[in-house]
Ligand binder design. Structure first.
Ligand SMILES: C[S@@+](CC[C@H](N)C(=O)[O-])C[C@H]1O[C@@H](n2cnc3c(N)ncnc32)[C@H](O)[C@@H]1O
Length: 231
């Protein structure tokens, strides 16, 4: 929710652009890793020969389908919905069995995910994605918290709230570039405030004081575009 998470404005645009740019550059496989309620398949100008793979937990995808059915929503391209547990290695086979071709370039979108995973889980996910990515051609777009953010006094109440809800934010690093490089990805890293200003979406307008102070703390978190390194 924007009033809870002031970074949603720039974030939506950043990931929209990652998908639109990939399509412009000829990529035709889009994989939403932890898609959640993402509706890019329905609202972005995707060509009919593209395929969008949506991965998430079964309950989330079922809930989403109810909403989409209620709206009679129609995807702009082929849409493949895959209930998975990303902690279970079998998701990769399910993806390839469903038509994803690792030999063709793809864009992977991991929006709003890394914070919920431990460092080990992030490491494994980056390795898994690298194993599905065409060297030199496949891309990854993701966001990442800084370690400084997780330790900032201004966000501790918010972090406690998330933990109380059973969805703690667990991971952040002040070195996202080297972290991705260690797992096969050459990263282009930008800070939230820089990207947000570019889009005219930062600082978040009209938010309460406590939200504004969290936004200030979040300003040095990261949006990342990465490319699978050539081997
Ligand atoms: C904050 S939501 C982000 C959703 C969407 N990408 C967005 O930005 O709106 C995090 C998502 O990660 C999914 N998720 C977390 N752990 C997962 C796992 N082990 N397997 C599959 N999905 C997972 C959750 O179900 C949830 O939909």
């Amino acid at each position: 929710m924007p009033e809870e998470n002031p970074t949603i404005g720039p974030r939506t645009r950043f990931f929209d652009d990652s998908v639109v740019n990939a399509i412009r550059d000829g990529l035709r496989q889009i994989t939403l890793v932890a898609a959640g309620m993402d509706t890019r398949a329905f609202r972005l100008p995707l060509p009919p020969d593209a395929t969008i793979f949506e991965l998430d937990q079964a309950e989330v995808l079922a809930e989403k389908q109810l909403v989409l059915d209620g709206l009679n929503a129609r995807a702009r391209c082929r849409r493949v919905v895959l209930p998975v547990d990303l902690q279970d290695e079998r998701w990769k086979a399910l993806l390839t069995d469903s038509g994803f071709d690792p030999s063709r370039p793809a864009v992977f979108v991991a929006e709003g995910l890394s914070a919920y995973l431990t460092e080990d889980q992030n490491t494994r996910l980056l390795d898994d994605l690298a194993s599905l990515a065409t060297p030199g051609r496949s891309r990854l777009a993701m966001d990442m918290l800084s370690r400084d953010y997780l330790e900032n006094p201004a966000v501790q109440r918010f972090l406690e709230l998330l933990a109380d809800r059973g969805v703690p934010w667990r991971f952040g690093t002040n070195e996202p570039g080297p972290f991705l490089a260690g797992h096969g990805w050459r990263a282009d890293v930008s800070n939230f405030d820089v990207v947000g200003r570019r889009f005219g979406r930062w600082p978040p307008p009209g938010v309460a004081e406590d939200v504004a102070s969290r936004a200030a703390a979040a300003s040095r978190n990261y949006f990342i575009r990465a490319e699978r390194v050539l081997q």
